[in-house]
Write a protein of this length. Structure first.
Ligand code: CTP
Ligand code: MG
Length: 231
């Protein structure tokens, strides 16, 4: 039995919706890059054994940051076309390069979410979910279903059981690798790890997290993240 917890940080995206010259994970917030804030969330948590940062093959910025992490169990893997390919590359790194056990607990956390609170990470790890667990927040707005791509209301969705999926998402190394491989092979679109586990018919747990754990996606999100980090 492995008691180790490792983290994969997919950071191989180009940040198209952010519309900045450099990828959003390398934009600065209070004097540090977004990615440095994100990595720090995990390095500062006592339960985490190590971190794999997954960067693009064309990345020009990681090499500048990497020396800072020497001797701190921060490793690098090369990402792929979609986020799921990048995550899979991180999982292979843990399995093949670091030879970690299949039951190692793996967290996957977006590089673009620098505002993760230590308490949320602790709560997620405490879930000890056999088939995975994710941080999520309950939906608070009234949710309307549109109609065949038109801007017209079909009906109001029952809000009670709707959640926003956040990261980190937690699952055993072997199970998550198998789930993502099988879902990709079947041509399923994966925007998070839980969807791969769902594809296998599993039901990962929802752990309520802080809504300030936003993903920097559009230009206005950067100022919001700066505000939350300062709090
Ligand atoms: N990501 C990745 N590999 C990809 C695509 C995305 O590692 N091929 C990472 C991003 O770097 C980000 C996280 O996955 O930290 C969440 O993805 P998203 O917010 O969509 O980031 P981007 O794909 O970079 O942004 P956009 O979709 O606007 O281009
Ligand atoms: Mg994307």
């Amino acid at each position: 039995m492995s008691n180790e917890v490792w983290c994969i940080i997919p950071a191989a995206g180009v940040g198209k919706r952010m519309q900045t010259a450099i990828p959003k994970q390398y934009l600065r917030l209070h004097g540090q890059t977004v990615l440095e804030h994100t990595v720090a969330c995990f390095l500062q948590h006592s339960a985490i054994h190590g971190v794999v940062v997954v960067v693009s093959a064309a990345d020009e910025y990681w090499a500048e940051l990497a020396p800072k992490y020497q001797g701190q169990r921060v490793y690098q893997a090369i990402g792929g076309q979609e986020r799921a390919h990048s995550v899979l590359s991180g999982l292979k790194y843990l399995q093949q390069t670091l030879s970690l056990a299949e039951d190692t607990q793996v967290l996957v956390h977006d590089a673009a979410r620098p505002c993760l609170a230590a308490a949320d990470l602790t709560a997620l790890l405490a879930a000890k979910a056999e088939h995975g667990a994710i941080l999520a927040t309950p939906v608070r707005d009234t949710m309307k279903r549109g109609f065949k791509g038109q801007t017209v209301i079909s009906h109001t969705e029952e809000r009670a059981d709707l959640w926003h999926a956040l990261t980190p998402q937690l699952a055993p190394l072997g199970l998550l690798t198998m789930a993502i491989e099988q879902a990709l092979q079947a041509g399923i679109t994966l925007t998070d790890e839980a969807s791969a586990l769902e594809y296998l018919g599993l039901h990962p747990l929802l752990v309520e997290g802080d809504a300030r754990n936003i993903k920097i996606t559009r230009p206005a999100d950067l100022a919001l993240a700066a505000f939350f980090l300062q709090e």
